[in-house]
Design a protein around this ligand. Structure first.
Ligand SMILES: Nc1ncnc2c1ncn2[C@@H]1O[C@H](COP(=O)(O)OP(=O)(O)OP(=O)(O)O)[C@@H](O)[C@H]1O
Length: 534
């Protein structure tokens, strides 16, 4: 008799295993998803979540075990086949072409006969229906990560899948955008669609998901109902031990010298879709950690490019780092004065995917650490580079397969730990980080946040751009808000609240906060006071 799965289930895996070299990234995983169920897939960085869903979506071939779809055994050989079965996926690292528009990217997964104008129209209709704002004609290269994610979601919804796999969907969204997405997911569920939901945010898993499967080191360690658990018990299941909360030490009584000085930073829009920067003034002193909050696409990317030197300024004194005029300097020269930068997109921008970690280290540090890493005749001191790579891996607890793997072989969170560690290892006087813990599990996020606070307390100026308000409240000494290319004055953390910051994110002028309580609720809908770290 032919082997059959359980007919009542939409998807079932039995003993699903994937081996990379010596590593069992997924080890005999059993998973059951019923129709109309939101099922959470939990696990710390490197637990095997992405590997599992890549097998379900036909990106990776299982080494062993079976996948059953609507009771029948299936072999899913490619993403196209997965889509034909009715499985859609939104990836953590987006698979969009930057030089194409939103609708052209969407068209890539449809047959060639459908005209692009029709696809743009359908995309617009789905975007309105599911509350996911999208301009189908915008060029992807000009969009923020949050906006790109919406394209991926709409592309997925257009195919009317029975199962949608979402990998870290809210990590780049504001609380308001995330709430809107939860409404979309609830609605899909009511329509009978199942969702496999990967997230490190346990409060949202508890709020949204009906069931959960927890992976640790590639193995299933629990199937549970997340509503019956607390965020702490879930985190402990994932990690296998107690997760420590980050403690923010008080800032120094006398702040250090100004190490980041930005005066009247203006930038015309580089393309018709990018946000102009308007008269930004900011000072961050040694010993201080300043957070920049804001809805995706309000100029944070353009601001990061200006500060890091990817985009240079006309006046040299528009940006001063560590006491030097840097407006004319490029990114390497800014690094030479003691600054370090970690961009939002870790693969491609932050790291060259196909190169091993040691080469990635060398690429970013061969100028600043020339003496340590390059010999007198220009030969690379590979021993020193490899030693520094291993030191960073140890310090940041980067989990990986193999001694010096390619950047692309690391799980998202582990690559992020490596990139932050690569910059911290230089003990920079100035550090600017965009979305430091995107896609990073609770334990690793705590480690990264602690490292950022420690760097500030050691006397450096740290600037953190983040859409995670809980994170900013946890680590910042003061928070400024970026809206429509303008930056508000920083609010000291003792005076900041979710309500005030939410209002500024929505574009309110400072000073409106005190008497705009009702409006604040509309703007910070469903948000709450800073949650306890998990
Ligand atoms: N192509 C590959 N070659 C070698 N090893 C890999 C490859 N892809 C993943 N791995 C390894 O498999 C393990 C599981 O990685 P995976 O990406 O599935 O984790 P994850 O749970 O999704 O983590 P994260 O939350 O950080 O995204 C990791 O140790 C990773 O380094």
């Amino acid at each position: 008799m032919q082997d059959r799965g359980n007919d009542a289930l939409l998807l079932e895996t039995r003993g699903l295993t994937k081996v990379f070299g010596e590593l069992k990234a997924c080890n005999e995983v059993d998973l059951k998803i019923a129709p109309g169920e939101i099922h959470a897939l939990l696990g710390e960085n490197g637990a095997g979540k992405s590997t599992l869903v890549k097998m379900l979506f036909g990106v990776l071939d299982p080494t062993e075990g079976g996948i059953y779809w609507k009771g029948e055994p299936v072999r899913i050989g490619s993403p196209g086949e997965a889509r034909r079965h009715g499985i859609g996926m939104v990836f953590q690292h987006f698979s969009l072409f930057e030089a194409l528009t939103a609708s052209e990217n969407i068209a890539l997964v449809f047959d060639e006969k459908t005209p692009i104008s029709q696809i743009a129209e359908r995309a617009r209709a789905v975007s309105v229906e599911y509350g996911l704002p999208l301009d189908p004609h915008a060029m992807v290269g000009d969009l923020s990560v949050g906006e790109r994610q919406r394209i991926e979601i709409i592309r997925c919804l257009l195919q009317k899948p029975d199962l949608i796999i979402l990998d870290e969907p809210t990590s780049v969204l504001t609380p308001q955008e995330a709430n809107r997405m939860f409404d979309t997911l609830e609605r899909l569920k009511a329509e009978g669609t199942s969702i496999l939901y990967i997230s490190h945010r346990l409060d949202e898993v508890k709020r949204l998901c009906d069931t959960a499967t927890v992976l640790r080191h590639g193995k299933v360690v629990a199937h549970c109902d997340p509503r019956q658990e607390t965020a702490t018990t879930l985190a402990n299941l994932m990690v296998g031990s107690d997760v420590e909360a980050v403690k923010r030490q008080a800032s120094a009584a006398t702040p250090g010298p100004p190490l980041i000085e930005i005066s009247n930073l203006e930038r015309p829009p580089a393309t018709p879709f990018s946000i102009p920067l308007r008269g930004i003034d900011l000072t961050v002193r040694g010993g201080e950690l300043l957070g920049i909050a804001g809805v995706a696409g309000n100029g944070q990317g353009e601001f990061f490019e200006a500060v890091s030197g990817e985009w240079r300024q006309e006046r040299a004194d528009t940006i001063r780092l560590n006491g030097r005029n840097c407006g004319h300097k490029n990114i390497s020269d800014r690094r030479m004065v003691g600054a370090a930068f970690v961009p939002e997109e870790r693969l491609g921008h932050g790291a060259a995917p196909a190169l091993p970690l040691s080469d990635n280290l060398l690429l970013s540090r061969h100028t600043t650490d020339r003496r340590a890493m390059v010999g007198p005749l220009g030969f690379v001191r590979m021993g020193a580079v490899k030693e520094a790579t291993q030191r960073i891996i140890r310090e940041m607890d980067v989990r990986k397969s193999g001694e010096d793997p390619e950047a692309a072989a690391l799980s998202g969170g582990n690559l992020q730990k490596f990139l932050i560690g690569r910059e911290l290892d230089r003990e920079p006087m100035v550090l600017v980080v965009d979305q430091p813990t995107w896609g990073v599990d609770a334990g690793a996020a705590a480690r990264i946040r602690k490292a950022l606070i420690d760097l500030a307390r050691a006397g450096s100026a740290v600037l953190v751009i983040s859409q995670d308000l809980d994170e900013l409240f946890e680590i910042s000494d003061a928070i400024a808000v970026m809206h429509d290319g303008r930056l508000s004055s920083p609010l000291p953390i003792a005076e900041a609240s979710f309500e005030k910051i939410g209002l500024l994110m929505g574009g309110a002028e400072p000073g409106h906060q005190a008497h705009a309580h009702a409006e604040a609720h509309a703007n910070t809908e469903g948000s709450h006071e800073p949650g306890a770290p998990i």
